[in-house]
Design a protein. Structure first.
Length: 241
C-alpha cells in the first residue's frame, strides 16, 4: 500500500503535538490562592507594621544625625564637651529610670474587697494578688505608659512583683494595700486601658469586686529607681567581639 507523504507529515505533527501536550500536563502549575477578606486584612496589617518600622527607623536615623552634628560641633569648638556629656548622661539616666520625672497621666488606687459577703468565697475574689498588679502594669505599658511606679517604687524591666502573704513585694520592698499605681502618658488612653469593657481592670472591678479607682491628672511625679541592680551574666557586646 502506498503511503501518502502528506498524511505521513500530518501524522508526525500530531504525534509531536500530543507529546508536547502531555509534557505540559505533567508540569507543576502553581496553585492559585483565592483572595479572601482575611488575607486582605492580614496583608494590610503587615503593610502597616512595615510602615511603622520605617517611621521608627527614620526617627533613629534623625537621632543619629543630630548626634553626629553635635560631635562635629564639638570638634569645631562651638560646644563645650563637658556640658554636652552631662546632657547626654542626664538623657540616658531618664530613659533608664534613674531620674525623677513628671508629666500627665493617671493614678490607679487598688484595695482588697473588704465586704463581709466576700469572705469565705473563692480566694481570688477578695484579695489583690501579684498577678493582678502585673496585668494592670502590662495593660498600662501596652497603652503607651512612659513611666510607672507602685507606691512610689519605680517599675523597671527588672523590677520583681510577687506575693508575700498579705503584702506584695516590689524592688525588694514590702507594700500593703491600698496599692497606688501611677503612670505617665496620655491620660485618656491610660484610663481606657483600665476601665474600658473587656480589659483586665474592668473584670477585676466588676466581676472580682476588687476596689479600683482611677483619676486622670495633669501632673504625675514618678520617682527615680533607688535600688541596686548589677548584671551578673549579661555583658555588653563591643565592636569587634
Amino acid at each position: 500500500m502506498k503511503i501518502n507523504r502528506t498524511n505521513l507529515v500530518v501524522f508526525g505533527l500530531s504525534v509531536m503535538l500530543g507529546i508536547i501536550i502531555a509534557v505540559q500536563f505533567k508540569q507543576k502549575v502553581p496553585e492559585m490562592i483565592p483572595v479572601t477578606l482575611k488575607s486582605i486584612e492580614t496583608t494590610k496589617n503587615e503593610i502597616n507594621a512595615l510602615y511603622k518600622e520605617i517611621e521608627e527607623l527614620k526617627i533613629m536615623i534623625k537621632d543619629k544625625e543630630e548626634k553626629i552634628e553635635m560631635y562635629e560641633s564639638i570638634l569645631d569648638g562651638n560646644e563645650n564637651l563637658s556640658s554636652v556629656l552631662k546632657e547626654e548622661l542626664r538623657k540616658n539616666k531618664t530613659i533608664a529610670g534613674f531620674e525623677t520625672i513628671k508629666g500627665p497621666g493617671i493614678m490607679v488606687k487598688m484595695t482588697d474587697n473588704m465586704d463581709e459577703n466576700a469572705f469565705g468565697q473563692a480566694f481570688d475574689m477578695d484579695l489583690i494578688h501579684d498577678t493582678d498588679v502585673l496585668r494592670i502594669i502590662n495593660d498600662l505599658r501596652i497603652a503607651g505608659a512612659e513611666a510607672i511606679s507602685i507606691n512610689n517604687q519605680r517599675v523597671l524591666s527588672f523590677s520583681e512583683i510577687k506575693c508575700g502573704g498579705p503584702i506584695i513585694r516590689i524592688n525588694g520592698r514590702s507594700i500593703g494595700t491600698p496599692i497606688y499605681i501611677r503612670a505617665i502618658g496620655d491620660p485618656q488612653v491610660l484610663s481606657a486601658a483600665i476601665n474600658a469593657p473587656n480589659t483586665y481592670g474592668y473584670a477585676l472591678k466588676n466581676i472580682s469586686q476588687i476596689n479600683i479607682e482611677t483619676s486622670m491628672e495633669d501632673e504625675i511625679i514618678i520617682p527615680a529607681y533607688n535600688g541596686v541592680f548589677q548584671f551578673r551574666y549579661a555583658k555588653p557586646v563591643r565592636e569587634g567581639d
